[in-house]
Design a protein around this ligand. Structure first.
Ligand code: AOF
Ligand code: ZN
Length: 370
């Protein structure tokens, strides 16, 4: 009994290392796949490591097999996610693990992908490999979008605001750049880097002419798709966000004419619908969506309830009652307030970052770590 417990503790430690490896893919695997790490241990020694580096590329297990210099027979494979059993863009990892003669496989969670879930472990067991799941919450929190999309077809939606302590995102004269400090802005680029799509509104495009791309010194995955809520098609053809790589989707009403190089999503209702757009992004295979918008669209998202996480960067400033509020929402009584639960509070440079999770979305079963 004692021996078994010791083994479980050892397994847990190695799995945590596999999860740390998976985290290396946080800004690289940014569209539709999960971030996954894999570790091979033989005679108590780590003999190889690998992690999933890009959507459509080799999975973590294959990377670890390729990185191995010696024989892998009878080793233990620690994988942060159940190995896949199906042919996707790459062949099934189960078969590769069986082929190299792995003796035991330990995973931190089963794959929420309905085509794989449980099947991977079954396939391994069938060929005589001992399998076990040791649940480690960090494994789930690496992939909030992947998990949500696999279960409900919907991406994980993160709203970001940079504001003063009195909840203002701009001064009375409309000036809004820059309220938060440079460290916060780098942090926002990390949020962008992990997202498959960034959503913003025409108000922000006209006021700030943002590029809405990822600017980090470290290696990043493909640039996020940009989605602009622009009911009347006012987006200028020379907007800076059109100069940067990756697709721009304009959400506008039927009948609006835009140059052919724009991808348009038409809505028949008067205004763009947050829920509809998010659902559509889920259909496009986007795991995580970042909403970086002004009061109007942030308000639309908060009102619709279609958000999982609100990331607030709060600068130690007061901008006064005539400043622009963070969200255009009308709350008549306290009991109607929109809220959530504080997941973390951290000082970032001169600002404070507060992460609030939406506990009433019902679909959030996974905490994200940022
Ligand atoms: C793993 N390890 O590193 C990843 C897995 O189209 P593909 O071939 O990339 O397959 C995508 C599916 O493979 C994905 O939905 C998930 O079930 C699994 N991803 N599995 O064992 C990995 N990235
Ligand atoms: Zn795989």
């Amino acid at each position: 009994m004692r021996c078994r417990n010791v083994q479980k503790d050892v397994d847990r430690l190695y799995l945590k290392s596999a999860i740390q490896l998976a985290a290396k893919g946080l800004h690289l695997v940014t569209r539709n796949n999960p971030r996954v790490g894999c570790l091979f241990v033989k005679h108590g020694q780590v003999v190889s490591r690998g992690f999933h580096r890009r959507d459509g590329g080799p999975h973590a297990e294959i990377e670890a097999i390729r990185n191995a210099t010696g024989d892998l027979s009878d080793c233990v494979a620690y994988v942060s996610l159940e190995p896949c059993s199906t042919h996707g863009r790459t062949p099934p990892c189960c078969e590769a693990l069986i082929d190299v003669g792995v003796g035991r496989v330990v995973v931190a969670e089963s794959d929420p992908n309905p085509f794989v879930s449980g099947q991977g472990l079954k396939r391994l067991e069938k060929s005589g490999i001992e399998v076990s799941i040791i649940e480690i919450p960090e494994a789930e929190s690496l992939n909030p979008g992947y998990r949500k999309r696999m279960k409900y077809g919907q991406p994980f939606v993160r709203l970001k605001v940079g504001m003063s302590v009195d909840g203002r995102v701009g001064a009375a004269n409309g000036e809004s750049q820059w309220i938060t400090c440079s460290k916060s802005r780098i942090d926002v680029h990390k949020l962008r880097a992990r997202s498959g799509a960034i959503v913003s509104g025409i108000g922000t495009v006209l006021a700030d002419d943002p590029r809405l791309n990822v600017r980090l010194d470290s290696e990043v995955g493909p640039s996020p798709i940009r989605v602009i809520f622009d009911t009347d098609g006012r987006i200028p053809p020379n907007a800076k966000l059109l100069e940067t790589e990756s697709k721009v989707i304009v959400v506008c009403r039927d009948g609006v004419e835009l140059p052919e190089n724009f991808t348009t999503w038409r809505h028949t209702s008067e205004r763009g619908d947050a829920r509809e757009v998010v659902t559509r992004l889920g259909e496009e295979g986007v795991n995580e969506v970042l909403v970086e918008a002004g009061p109007e669209l942030t308000g639309t998202f908060l009102n619709s309830g279609v958000w999982d996480e609100l990331v607030v960067y709060m600068a130690p400033l007061v901008l006064g009652f005539e400043g622009m509020p963070m969200a255009k929402v009308k709350i008549d009584q306290l009991s109607d307030a929109i809220g959530g639960r504080v997941a973390s509070v951290e000082q970032i440079g001169d600002d404070v970052r507060i992460v609030i999770e939406n506990v009433s979305s019902g679909k959030l079963q996974t905490r994200s770590i940022i």
